[in-house]
Design a protein around this ligand. Structure first.
Ligand code: NAD
Length: 472
């Protein structure tokens, strides 16, 4: 299949169908689960700063309403098209189901390269897109809740919440119409790095499984593991930070202009500041430049983490992938053909639809915060600190020994918002990893972890439909 014929939604459906045969659900119900419920295709004009008028192409897809609201990011990229947004929305349905986040899948996209527009123009585009979604009833805390994705971040989410709130002045829950907002505008501490932290927790859990590591001749734990990461945006950067902090070695980092490698390990913050000051990741002191950015995907390493865009490992380059584990931080970085090739090479693929669920999990926490109108930790932090302090004092009196200052600080510390958010995320990712692995081990016919993840997702979505009495 040529790369132009490739359908991302078709690939998601293919993975879905592969997994569906391992479930007991009725054919019609399976069809309903995999179908895209609603597709909104928009065209609207932008008057640019130079006075010219341009037509902007945009989408919002609601893949499933088995639970509402729908949830999924908004992407700004020239690659955006209906097929891509449908695929990403479908992945969101399965992702939310796996991590027990009570949303249906959604996704949005605007076909632009944000680098080609001024901040003023981007604001106009984002606000107009939001008002179109309001007009069509495609956004709202109970309807459909966007979030950041490729090419968007906190700034765009602020424009969205401000536009929505201005058009819905009587909605006391308006802040819950979008997540990934700055903390000053109803965001939650910990959201920015959540997807990367989730990727880290998910892969750490896999690395802690002696059986999986043993099969690949690897030791357990992430310390000392040699990591390659493609894409240093929100997801890639934070993933790199957490692996580095845990003692792994970042042996190569790739951006779209090129890739660098250093067997002794790269410091991600130093690389990012080098890129900021020189405009390129290349020529980083002490590192070797790779001829092509994509070459990084073929380096020998323990864990390869594509964290940029879909379809980067395909039938052409998959035979040359030389990692023991591939952790899909991006959505859809492997084509189904690549999946088969990596499977035959014994490479463990940890699938996107749960591995990068950290963002939506913490988005769920943000949405709950918005609906409850209170920050996490506000009620219990002081109480817990007083309680811990009292227990410590009693223990010291009874034993006659003093706890050292560092331990005292740790024990007395009551939870801040970020502590609660990160611990909720850790719990979620560990549970999801174990559920998928149990499903996989429970049925020797299931060929890979992606199929096992789909089986878990299908079972959860189908159970919701049957509980709702829609398909008795
Ligand atoms: P981002 O825009 O913050 O970063 C993407 C980075 O990838 C950019 O730095 C870009 O320059 C780089 N890049 C683009 N093409 C490349 C190439 N060919 N080689 C190397 N680098 C390249 O986007 P993001 O939010 O980090 O999203 C990345 C991926 O993760 C996407 O697939 C997205 O759908 C997925 N994802 C994001 C989130 C989130 O919370 N942001 C959550 C789940 C999944």
């Amino acid at each position: 299949m040529s790369q132009t014929d490739y359908s991302f939604f078709g690939a998601v459906e293919q993975s879905f169908n592969k997994a569906a045969q391992f479930t007991k659900w009725d054919k019609g119900l399976l069809e309903q689960i995999s179908a895209c419920n609603a597709v909104l295709r928009l065209r609207f004009p932008l008057k640019r700063e130079d006075g010219t008028i341009e037509v902007i192409e945009a989408y919002r897809v609601q893949h499933s309403h088995h639970k509402t609201p729908c949830k999924g990011g908004i992407r700004f990229s020239t690659e955006v098209n209906q097929d891509e947004v449908m695929a990403l929305a479908a992945l969101m349905t399965y992702k939310c189901a796996i991590v027990d986040v009570p949303f249906g899948g959604g996704k949005g996209g605007i076909k632009i390269n944000p680098k080609d527009y001024t901040p003023y123009e981007l604001e106009k585009i984002t606000r107009r897109y939001t008002s179109e979604l309001v007009k069509k009833n495609f956004i709202g805390p109970a309807i459909d809740v966007p979030a950041p994705d490729y090419g968007t971040g906190e700034r765009e989410m602020s424009w969205i919440v401000d536009t929505y709130a201005a058009m819905n002045p009587d909605n006391i829950d308006a802040a819950g119409c979008v997540t990934g907002k700055p903390v000053s505008q109803g965001g939650v501490n910990g959201r920015r790095g959540a997807t990367g932290l989730g990727v880290f927790y998910g892969l750490r859990e896999v690395c802690n499984m002696p059986e999986e590591m043993g099969k690949r001749g690897m030791t357990t734990g992430v310390e000392g593991k040699r990591i390659v990461i493609q894409g240093l945006g929100n997801v890639g950067y934070h993933t790199a930070k957490y692996f580095q902090a845990a003692g792994s070695k970042l042996i190569a980092l790739a951006e779209y202009e090129g890739a660098i490698m250093n067997e002794d390990g790269l410091d991600v913050d130093a690389v990012v500041s080098h890129r900021k000051s020189t405009g390129s990741i290349l020529n980083f002191p002490g590192a070797k430049n790779l001829a092509k950015s994509g070459d990084a995907l073929e380096l020998e390493c323990d864990i390869l983490i594509p964290a940029a865009l879909e379809n980067v490992i395909n039938g052409e380059n998959a035979p040359r992938v030389n990692a023991k584990i591939v952790g899909e931080a991006a959505n859809g970085p492997l084509t189904p053909e690549a999946d088969e090739i990596l499977l035959s090479k014994g490479i463990l693929v940890v699938p996107d639809m749960y591995l990068n669920a950290g963002g939506v999990t913490v988005s769920y926490f943000e949405w709950l915060k918005n609906l409850s109108h209170v920050r996490y930790g506000r009620m219990e932090k002081r109480f817990q600190e007083n309680l811990h302090g009292k227990i410590l004092e009693e223990m010291e009196n009874l034993t006659g020994k003093k706890v050292n200052d560092d331990d005292r600080k740790f024990i007395k510390h009551g939870p801040d918002e970020v502590d609660l958010v990160n611990s909720g995320l850790e719990e979620t990712m560990i549970n999801a990893t174990r559920q998928i692995m149990e499903e996989w081990k429970g049925n020797p016919m299931i060929p890979d972890m992606r199929t096992a993840a789909y089986v878990v997702a299908i079972n959860k979505v189908a159970s919701t439909y049957t509980q709702l009495g829609i398909f008795p």
